[in-house]
Design a protein around this ligand. Structure first.
Ligand code: SIN
Length: 284
């Protein structure tokens, strides 16, 4: 069993796991840590694309990102995140997810986990913020818990707080074909975690644009009130990367946001997102 250290105010990290040689028992240890702490960091790895993908597959079936121009050339399930340009051309998706959201909440079967593998760490910045939606739900007044219990939020691809496609804090722009693939769907706002059953506030910022059966302005006010509550500093973990770090987070339990990095400081990560469908993970 690898040694784990707590991150603050939640999350856990281990400096002594090697994801190239992960046994089934070692994978079960990491999964237990992941579901108990919502963010798991495995420090200082040296992985090929195939090894990184094999680790992500342990958590669920990968879903390639709709933005297919930045898929890894050896593995379409890996999305390249980068602010590096070569001959003026981007080598990856820049500024992806620079607002609080949860991955694939705009899909009918959303993301179970996202894992990032940090390849180039900027000299300054480049952290990822996480906000704990289990704690945010627990802290709601009983009257609010009762109010949101039956409610379904309406989701589609985008960031409801920033719709300007030229903005660094909007959702990454899609082309016409990619937009045509994106559905409008609903998810519960007070959503039981699909593995642990614990309720969390689900995707109250990011892709939630309305609430079924509620006038738009009332729905928007309620979502904004919940988002302001859910993203308070006391629910946030700021994760700082070292080269080779693999971080994996629980999308049913968290919101997360990239932080804007000065483009003069190179930052590159590989990303795989796995869906909630597929076999339930081993938790015993
Ligand atoms: C993401 O939201 O997938 C990207 C997070 C990051 O780059 O820090």
């Amino acid at each position: 069993m690898p040694a784990f250290r707590s991150l603050h105010p939640f999350g856990t990290e281990t400096p002594d796991a090697d994801l190239r040689r992960l046994s089934d028992a070692g994978s079960a240890d990491l999964q237990r840590a992941f579901y108990a702490h919502q963010v798991l960091a495995v420090r200082a790895q040296d992985l090929t694309a195939a090894q990184f993908l094999a680790f992500a597959r342990r958590l669920g079936p990968p879903q390639p990102h709709v933005i297919d121009q930045f898929h890894h050339p050896e593995a379409a399930d890996i999305l390249l995140l980068s602010n590096v340009k070569v001959d003026g051309k981007p080598t990856g998706l820049q500024d992806a997810g620079s607002y609080f959201h949860t991955d694939y909440s705009y899909l009918p079967v959303p993301a179970r986990a996202t894992t990032l593998y940090s390849r180039v760490v900027p000299e300054v910045g480049g952290d990822t913020l996480f906000a704990n939606q289990l704690a945010a739900y627990d802290d709601l007044p009983d009257a609010m818990k009762k109010r949101i219990e039956p409610l379904l939020a309406i989701h589609h691809y985008g960031n409801r707080h920033d719709l300007d496609e030229a903005s660094r804090t909007a959702a990454s722009p899609l082309n016409a074909q990619q937009k045509a693939k994106m559905p409008v769907i609903t998810h519960r706002i007070a959503r039981p975690h699909p593995v642990t059953g614990r309720k969390a506030l689900y995707a109250v910022s990011g892709s939630s644009f309305g609430i079924e059966g509620m006038p738009d302005d009332e729905a928007r006010d309620l979502l904004d009130e919940l988002a302001a509550h859910a993203t308070q500093a006391r629910y946030q973990l700021r994760f700082r990367y070292g080269v080779g770090d693999v971080v994996v987070w629980d999308n049913a339990a968290l919101l997360h946001s990239a932080t804007l990095t000065d483009p003069k400081h190179a930052r590159t990560l590989w990303r795989v997102t796995v869906l909630e469908s597929g076999p339930r993970p081993v938790l015993t």
